[in-house]
Design a protein around this ligand. Structure first.
Ligand SMILES: C[S@@+](CC[C@H](N)C(=O)[O-])C[C@H]1O[C@@H](n2cnc3c(N)ncnc32)[C@H](O)[C@@H]1O
Length: 210
């Protein structure tokens, strides 16, 4: 018997409390046993596309479902930019905090109303969070609310859930408040031998609030 956590556990979550329980157990091994071992690319890709599409004014940045802070570590920010982390798991956030790349650490459930003012963030980034068992398209309403007009979104959406979980419909419903998204499809892992998910891809969606 092993207590090792992995994708199968993550993808079978059903509620925010399930996330709190799983990531409590996974936080201390996530970076090595999951991210490094599988060549997990999503945080690197988010940093790459942020660099491609962002302007210096797209700040402050919010890392949504920041986990252990892998995006924060990958981002090459100027001294005028800052990044905050938001996540439901205090243990994952504790690791993120220890990396000293985030200005603020926010513990919150992204499926609920957020205690953040309207039009606050200049950009939203997210990796591995719009996925099986985590958060769905409806969380975008609050994220758009807390983003400044013209604020940038660079987020991964698991490719297999784009239609299944109705992200496509959500983006159409939001067409008056966001620009038409541009998508880049990318492989999530360089070296994941999982038979079911090792070859998974994400859509990296880029859009701006109008
Ligand atoms: C697969 S991890 C991704 C972490 C990090 N972004 C990365 O790419 O390594 C998903 C994260 O989403 C968080 N999460 C899941 N459900 C959530 C919710 N309802 N509200 C806030 N965070 C949530 C988990 O705690 C976890 O840290």
């Amino acid at each position: 018997m092993t207590n090792k956590k992995g994708l199968k556990d993550a993808y079978s979550l059903k509620t925010p409390q399930d996330s709190i329980d799983l990531y409590r157990a996974w936080a201390s091994t996530y970076d090595i046993d999951f991210a490094k071992k599988n060549g997990y690319q999503s945080p690197i890709l988010i940093a790459k596309y942020f660099e491609k599409y962002s302007f210096i004014e797209d700040t402050p940045i919010l890392d949504v479902g920041a986990g252990t802070g892998l995006i924060g570590e990958c981002m090459k920010l100027s001294s005028e930019q800052e990044i905050d982390a938001i996540d439901i798991s205090p243990e994952m956030l504790e690791t993120a905090k220890s990396k000293q790349c985030y200005s603020k650490i926010i513990e919150a459930d992204l499926t609920s109303k957020l205690a953040i003012e309207h039009n606050h963030y200049g950009a939203i980034v997210s990796a591995g969070t719009f996925t099986y068992g985590h958060i769905g398209p409806n969380a975008l309403d609050e994220l758009v609310r807390i983003t400044k007009p013209n604020g940038l979104f660079i987020i991964t959406i698991h490719s297999k859930l784009f239609k299944k979980d109705k992200f496509d419909k959500k983006f159409l419903e939001m067409e008056n408040i966001i620009s038409t998204p541009i998508y880049h499809e990318e492989k999530v892992y360089v070296s994941n031998e999982d038979e079911t998910h090792g070859q998974d891809t994400v859509l990296i969606a880029k859009f701006r609030k109008k």
